[in-house]
Design a protein around this ligand. Structure first.
Ligand SMILES: Nc1ncnc2c1ncn2[C@@H]1O[C@H](COP(=O)(O)OP(=O)(O)OP(=O)(O)O)[C@@H](O)[C@H]1O
Ligand SMILES: [Mg+2]
Length: 221
């Protein structure tokens, strides 16, 4: 599902450059559930954005869900993401003028289309994460943890084969976090989906099949 070789992303900083993310080799099989860990600033978000085709690396091979993202243009990457990938951003990226239900449906607009069946599916997903009574609230009328759960539903609405999540449970209490992770892992296992989840929580990481530490990906194996 994922195959990276000699990937690097750097940014100009003063007279030099700072390497935001470097991965010598990373392979993740279809259906694997992987926890991505590493210190703050080690490049976890940068790596997820490369996998989603939002960021293009300076060099290296990026194969994700059957496409070589390093060889596709921006529009093709966007289409590929809409069809194959569900992403939960670290900063959620919900659209403020729209309700929870509409934000989830907006995810479908770029994937399978937002008809009546999708509206029911969006409402059902929101109910599953405990937001059945918040369908028509806007992001500003929701708590941070609730916004985070809306973002998770938006990532799942297209039933993507690859789910990328940037600390999706960072603002949940333990019980809610466990319930949402249970739901995610249940959906993933039932659908044979691949999950890459950034987490700082050892208990969450332990629920995944494998843990990948970004610090170990820099050097050749
Ligand atoms: N647009 C940018 N311009 C310059 N430097 C950047 C940019 N984006 C990220 N960086 C740098 O790249 C490094 C990796 O950032 P990244 O956001 O991927 O870290 P992270 O592992 O997700 O951290 P955290 O756990 O705090 O979310 C950081 O040192 C950051 O300062
Ligand atoms: Mg980050």
């Amino acid at each position: 599902m994922i195959r990276l070789r000699d990937v690097q992303k750097s940014y100009a900083a003063g007279t030099g450059r700072v390497v935001a993310c470097a991965v010598s080799q990373l392979d993740i099989a279809a259906g694997e559930q992987v926890a991505l860990v590493g210190r703050s600033g080690s490049g976890k978000t940068t790596l997820l954005h490369i996998l989603a085709g939002i960021l293009r690396p300076d060099h290296g091979e990026v194969e994700v869900a059957g496409a070589r993202l390093d060889q596709l243009g921006e529009a093709a990457c966007d289409r590929h993401r809409g069809r194959h990938i569900g992403m939960v951003y670290q900063t959620f990226n919900l659209l403020q003028p729209f309700t929870a239900l509409e934000n989830v449906l907006l995810g479908a607009l770029f994937g399978r289309g937002a008809g009546h069946a999708m509206r029911d599916r969006a409402a059902a997903l929101l109910a599953e994460v405990g937001l059945g009574d918040r369908l028509h609230h806007r992001p500003k009328q929701l708590s941070v943890g609730q916004v985070q759960r809306v973002a998770i539903c938006r990532a799942l609405i297209n039933d993507p084969e690859l789910i990328l999540m940037d600390e999706p449970l960072g603002n949940q209490d333990r019980t809610t976090g466990e319930q949402v992770l249970d739901l995610l892992l249940r959906l993933a296992a039932a659908g044979g989906k691949t999950v890459v989840m950034v987490t700082h929580d050892p208990a969450s990481a332990a629920r995944m099949q494998r843990t990948v530490d970004l610090a170990t990906l820099r050097a050749a194996p």
